[in-house]
Design a protein around this ligand. Structure first.
Ligand code: LM2
Ligand code: CA
Length: 714
């Protein structure tokens, strides 16, 4: 095992200098938090007492507040948040990665009509509840729900119901509706907005936070029957299209009782809701208040996570102290607000630690996790690339734009881990008192997280059955295995900023083809035999389980790929006992012991059996990286790492001329993504705006910040 998740950027430089800290999101209370102001009686809104109300399960509103996103059988309940992905792109991604990786939910950006413009946040300024937006049409949204459903993935819609457009804007929305101040024809007029027409300035004042304007956004009178009905109609429309859950945007700015009244009007009042309530110590409104109508996002978890990973993680078991109960807390490493503004969470810009944070999020047993996946940015307001008024369809092949966090090998592996360990408790905790931890999930799985700048050499005590396990953080192809002995122990070397995870759903030779049922035993074993002995023919003499032996000299092995022959034997999960021969007197019977072969793949070479398919890896064994020479550097180098392995020594390795305008280098990538930056070797760097490039496939070209699959020289 030689892997590392080396962080080349310090946290300090990784943190964003926020261009515009939204007061409502930064949520730092003033030291002199005013006493809760009573609402003017004329509004008919009574400000509740400032004390935090914590409804318990079984409270009167229980029927509208089921706990935690419902588990999808065989799949768990992990969500991916594909921020600013179009409906067409989400649909394709459900089929391509979200379903196969084992996600149960995908949270999508707000689908309603919104104000025009290229900033991402136009999505948060509704103009009407028509489903016509820069992310797609109503028909495309409906098709996405169906396609994702077929892939086993349910939709969570981000719903913006606290407010409409900003009071500073008027014009025509993304669906063609005209709008202006107090004017949303056919939907809302002046009387449908709260009477406070000034911006929120004091987060210590409950009434103000809920009745005044968040950054000038016109605040809906959610206390009124009419407004509640319109909001419920919108959500019922989405439920009718098959939406399974809702993120309630800006829930802190809506009284909990208004939300309960709205939820009670839904066609399915027990539909899953998660409230976006940015809890902050000392403020009167807290996430726990909203448990009467659903779960709440626990922002403090994300802040705590960043704090531990920025320092030492040995104490991370305390991460949920004082937070919402595990079954009521939506948790994440970051979201679209926290990656931009100063919220004290990690973001993709943290590099290796961000990966480790996601490994912990998915490995530990607190909360309902959402993996955040957005796009790269430097300008806080910049939206995803648009054309013709629509966001361009996201694609993970375009790593220069989209982070595709949800499909990183480590994270995809951990989604499978979480689905396999289910509700098994955290057991066998180990830490080194500093920056490395490990823990089991009962007898289902085991995780190691090394947040140190140095490697970790350690023996771990698990409760796992003995066997050979795939490290699902290291690869998707069982390229790295861990052997647990009869007493449940294994030894491993985890490099700096590295992780390891094993679980009973991914054992060597038990290569899961269907992540929804990863424990299915292999029904056939494909046996590979190396041709390195130079025999002119290859045969296998064998029996399955306690069945009869083949007639000597056995069955022919057919050419499989360079250096290997193979044969697939139906086994129904039984072990094959075998010896190999050239058919004319020479035998390899494993020194008279015979070979015991099991699992989906068994490859025999030099007296050893391994579970990895030696031919499957062959096509993706290497990645040839092409880089355009239009920068005019005198030399070109690539500084890279494979998967979560070690980085090359600086300044990296030379690229050689490939064809006119291009240099290239072939990297032994073993089917894993290559993370790379390019340099002249004398100070100039192209590191993709600090995000690095993620390069996959046999041939991949980088030019002008764009990554294109295939060879430009072909
Ligand atoms: C949220 N949760 O409570 C969203 O997660 C967050 O992303 C939203 O802010 C906010 N609440 C309102 O839904 C974003 C963005 C703001 C942006 C608003 C509205 O962070 O910057 O405000 O959406 O689009 C923008 C301008 C702001 C302007 C406002 C109204 O940045 O300066 O205020 O539009 O035109 C004058
Ligand atoms: Ca409000």
């Amino acid at each position: 095992m030689k892997r590392s998740l080396q962080s080349r950027r310090s946290r300090a430089t990784a943190l964003l200098a926020s261009a515009a800290v939204l007061a409502g999101l930064a949520a730092a209370p003033t030291a002199t938090a005013a006493a809760t102001a009573a609402a003017p009686a004329a509004l008919g809104v009574t400000a509740p007492a400032a004390a935090t109300v914590v409804p318990t399960a079984g409270a009167a509103s229980a029927s509208i507040a089921p706990t935690a996103a419902p588990v999808v059988p065989g799949r768990g309940n992990t969500a991916a948040n594909l921020f600013q992905w179009t409906w067409n792109a989400v649909a394709a991604e459900c089929t391509r990665t979200l379903g196969p990786n084992g996600y149960a939910y995908v949270q999508v950006s707000p689908p309603q009509e919104h104000v025009p413009g290229g900033a991402w946040w136009t999505s948060y300024q509704p103009v009407s509840y028509r489903l016509e937006s820069k992310l797609g049409t109503r028909a495309e949204f409906a098709a996405m729900v169906d396609t994702c459903g077929d892939a086993g993935v349910k939709i969570i819609a981000d719903t913006v119901i606290n407010h409409m457009a900003g009071a500073d804007s008027s014009g025509t929305g993304s669906g063609g509706s005209s709008y202006g101040v107090d004017s949303f024809p056919g939907l809302y007029g002046r009387n449908d907005f709260n009477d406070c027409r000034t911006d929120i300035t004091n987060y210590g004042d409950r009434w103000q936070v809920q009745n005044c304007r968040l950054v000038s956004l016109q605040d809906l009178r959610t206390g009124s029957d009419y407004v509640r009905t319109k909001i419920a109609d919108y959500m019922n429309d989405l439920i009718g299209l098959g939406v399974a859950g809702f993120r309630i945007d800006a829930a802190k700015h809506i009284p909990a009782s208004d939300l309960e009244a709205i939820k009670a009007r839904l066609s399915d009042p027990s539909v899953f809701w998660v409230h976006e309530v940015i809890g902050s110590a000392g403020e009167p409104i807290q996430p726990s208040e909203y448990l009467g109508s659903g779960d709440s996002h626990e922002f403090q978890y994300a802040r705590n996570l960043a704090g531990y990973f920025d320092g030492n993680i040995a104490g991370i078991r305390g991460i949920s102290n004082g937070l919402l109960g595990s079954d009521r807390a939506g948790v994440f490493v970051d979201n679209h607000d926290t990656e931009r503004d100063t919220h004290g969470t990690m973001s993709y810009k943290w590099g290796a630690k961000y990966v480790l944070g996601n490994v912990f999020l998915l490995g530990y047993d607190y909360g309902w996790p959402t993996v955040y996946s957005g796009y790269k940015f430097t300008d806080r307001d910049a939206g995803a690339p648009m054309s013709g008024g629509r966001v361009q369809d996201a694609s993970c092949a375009n790593g220069a734009v989209w982070t595709c966090t949800h499909d990183w090998t480590e994270i995809a592996g951990m989604v499978g881990f979480r689905n396999t360990v289910g509700s098994a408790p955290v057991t066998r905790w180990w830490d080194n008192g500093a920056n490395a931890i490990a823990f089991g999930r009962g007898d289902r799985g085991y995780v190691v997280v090394n947040n140190q700048a140095s490697g970790l050499n350690q023996t771990f005590q698990t409760s796992l059955p003995a066997g050979t396990y795939c490290d699902v953080v290291a690869s998707r192809t069982c390229a790295e295995t861990i052997t647990v002995d009869d007493s449940g122990r294994f030894s491993a070397q985890i490099p700096q900023y590295g992780a390891l995870a094993i679980h009973v759903g991914a054992r060597a030779g038990d290569v899961p083809t269907d992540p929804t049922d990863p424990t299915d035993p292999a029904e056939a074993t494909t046996v590979f035999y190396s041709t390195s002995q130079g025999w002119s023919a290859h045969r296998m003499h064998y029996r399955v389980g306690s069945g009869a032996w083949t007639t000597a000299p056995g069955e022919v092995l057919a050419p499989a790929c360079a250096g290997w022959v193979s044969r697939t034997v139906p086994t129904d999960g039984a072990v094959i006992t075998a010896a190999f021969t050239n058919g004319s007197g020479t035998w390899d019977n494993n020194g008279s012991a015979d070979y015991r072969l099991s699992g989906a793949v068994a490859a025999v070479k030099d007296g050893r059996v391994t579970a990895a398919n030696p031919c499957a890896q062959a096509p993706s064994d290497t990645t040839t990286v092409y880089y355009a020479t239009d920068r005019g550097w005198s030399t070109y180098r690539v500084h890279y790492r494979v998967g979560s392995g070690a980085w090359t020594a600086l300044p990296g390795e030379a690229l050689a001329p490939a064809c006119a305008g291009w240099v290239s280098r072939t990297v032994a990538s073993a089917g894993q993504p290559v993370t790379a930056a390019f340099t002249s070797g004398s100070g100039q760097w192209d590191n993709n705006g600090s995000a690095d490039y993620r390069l996959t496939g046999a041939h991949v070209a980088v030019r002008g910040g764009q990554v294109t699959p295939g060879s430009p020289c072909a």
